[in-house]
Design a protein around this ligand. Structure first.
Ligand code: NOJ
Length: 544
């Protein structure tokens, strides 16, 4: 009996692994997450698991959750300034207290443990560490706070994934021009080096910048994010230019000074919506590609290939000339800068939320702006499901497509999904805890990621859900609720309450993907023919 036992398990393992596909094929487990998308070839649920070292995370960002905006020596950020001015944000909400995460490390660790994540992605508030943005004045209370958070995470066996910049620039650096001033690359690098020095013994995954596209566009052209500038078609590109240099400098500092001892990895997080051509015409296909190039390629091309995408250089030069300018509004890099930036990301952090249909549309020279530079129009297909957020229609197959686009254009770099999620709209009084829409969203997107990995050979290494709790959602204040946990900003104790999606996401994490049908049967104890067969087979062995 004793001899048979290991053999018995061994045999089952061999048999089951050999029969996995047959079982999935023969049983009728056809399943679609969204009835709206039921292309049998494309949208059917795939069963299977990610590699063992796949990482599972959930994310937040300092200004969105910390609160304590003026405590313990923290300096002002551009978001403090912006939200304290009237009429920028839904109902004039602000992040003064937010989820009060500055005072609630233990509560956050508890819910992270409940979820079962391997990693927690959060950002450091630059002005909490350096109140005036420079290393001349270090706020030790800020360093202590992040040390406590990092230590608590590690004690809970959760690895920190740290973003250095998630949009809360020290106000004093904005006062000297912010990201449109080249010198910011130097200040950012000094700040980054300090963070590597203080936290790099425990932080092994670093992200330099979060979505420079959004920071540049919404903050400097649309004026709806801090610092609230509306400079059409100019500052946006200068901001992006400095950010790329800042990122590259920090990567090099880590690579040469800190990596040899600390042995971590460092990358950048970029937002990439998929642009689906509205028709098969060459014009629309090219327009859809421009859509992706102007959003993702703007930052990814200089890092993974070198210099801006040709199509951006050509378009912006053409439009600038048509305006009567003698040179392009898109600044150019020197050869030295191109080389400095190329190759400076160990992985691409991808934030994916949605897809748009795109068609070619020549725009007049005026008005001038980032959109006009692209000669395209983009919109959502009305048949795609609606969510609480007008700009977010769940299109899971677009997620797989953008991952494949990255694979094809940048030679299959490692991808970490650093954000993916959906929100409901509510002023908070209504607790929408039965969030079936989030269960559908996460399930379908993780499944598309599995297809990208298994069927397309995309090198995706980890998935991060946005977000841990409902939090300050920028212009929408607390009304767009992206959290797996409900949080009411009017509740003095800001209790974190799990939504239904917590169970479903943690099950995906526990299973490292999706149980194959026979695994589900074995797990549920409701054994089908195959399970019974294994059982009797094992009994034969036991009798020996
Ligand atoms: C991306 C941003 O990084 C994050 O801060 C924001 O809350 C989510 N998108 C949802 O809009």
């Amino acid at each position: 009996m004793m001899i048979w036992l290991p053999l018995h398990f061994f045999t089952i393992a061999i048999l089951t692994s050999g029969l996995k596909l047959t079982m999935a094929d023969t049983l009728n487990y056809d399943k679609f997450v969204y009835s709206e998308f039921n292309d049998p070839e494309r949208d059917q649920l795939l069963y299977g698991h990610f590699p063992d070292n796949f990482t599972w995370a959930v994310a937040t960002a300092s200004y969105q959750v910390e609160g304590a905006w003026n405590e313990d020596g923290k300096g002002l950020s551009i978001w403090d300034t912006f939200t304290h001015q009237p009429n920028h944000i839904y109902k004039n909400h602000n992040g003064d207290v937010a989820c009060d995460s500055y005072h609630k490390i233990a509560e956050d660790i508890d819910i992270l443990k409940d979820l079962g994540v391997t990693h927690y992605r959060f950002s450091l508030s630059w002005p909490r560490i350096l109140p005036d943005g420079t290393v001349d004045n270090i706020n030790n209370a800020g360093i202590d706070y992040y040390n406590r958070l990092i230590d608590a995470l590690i004690a809970a066996n959760i690895q920190p994934m740290v973003t250095l910049y998630h949009w809360d620039l020290p106000q004093s650096l904005q006062d000297i021009g912010g990201w449109s001033n080249d010198i910011l690359a130097v200040y950012f690098n000094l700040y980054a080096e300090l963070c590597f020095e203080k936290f790099g013994d425990r932080v092994k995954t670093w992200i330099t910048l979060n979505e420079p596209y959004i920071a540049a566009r919404m903050g400097h052209e649309m004026g709806v994010h801090a610092p609230g500038l509306r400079h059409q078609g100019t500052t946006i590109y200068r901001v992006g230019h400095t950010m790329l240099k800042a990122h590259a400098k920090a990567w090099h500092s880590y690579n040469t000074i800190y990596r040899p001892d600390q042995k971590g990895s460092i990358g950048i997080t970029l937002v990439g919506f998929w642009g689906e051509p509205a028709s098969d015409s060459d014009e629309d296909r090219a327009a859809a590609d421009r859509y992706v190039q102007f959003m993702l390629g703007w930052f990814a091309h200089p890092i993974f290939i070198g210099d801006y995408p040709d199509v951006m250089k050509e378009q912006i030069l053409k439009k600038s000339r048509a305006q009567g300018l003698t040179s392009s509004r898109l600044p150019s890099f020197t050869e030295e800068e191109i080389n400095l930036i190329r190759g400076t990301s160990d992985f691409i952090g991808l934030n994916y939320y949605t897809t748009q249909l795109v068609r070619h549309a020549e725009t007049e020279t005026l008005p001038v702006g980032f959109l006009e530079d692209q000669d395209q129009v983009a919109w959502y297909n009305e048949s795609w499901p609606k969510t609480g957020v007008p700009w977010l229609r769940p299109v899971p197959w677009g997620f797989r497509k953008i991952m494949n686009w990255i694979k094809m254009n940048y030679d299959n770099p490692p991808i970490i999904i650093t954000e993916n999620g959906v929100a409901e709209f509510s002023d908070g009084k209504e607790q929408l805890l039965n969030d079936t829409w989030r269960i559908q969203y996460i399930t379908s997107h993780v499944n598309e990621m599995l297809k990208a990995h298994h069927k397309d050979g995309v090198d995706v290494r980890g998935y991060t859900a946005w977000s841990l709790t409902d939090s300050f959602e920028w212009t929408a204040g607390y009304a767009y609720r992206f959290g797996l946990y409900y949080m009411n900003a009017d509740d003095p104790i800001r209790k974190r309450i799990p939504k239904a999606s917590v169970d479903s996401f943690s099950e995906i994490i526990r299973n490292n993907g999706f149980l194959l049908p026979y695994e589900q049967e074995i797990k549920m104890g409701a054994m089908g023919t195959f399970g019974k067969w294994i059982q009797s087979f094992s009994q034969v062995f036991r009798k020996g």
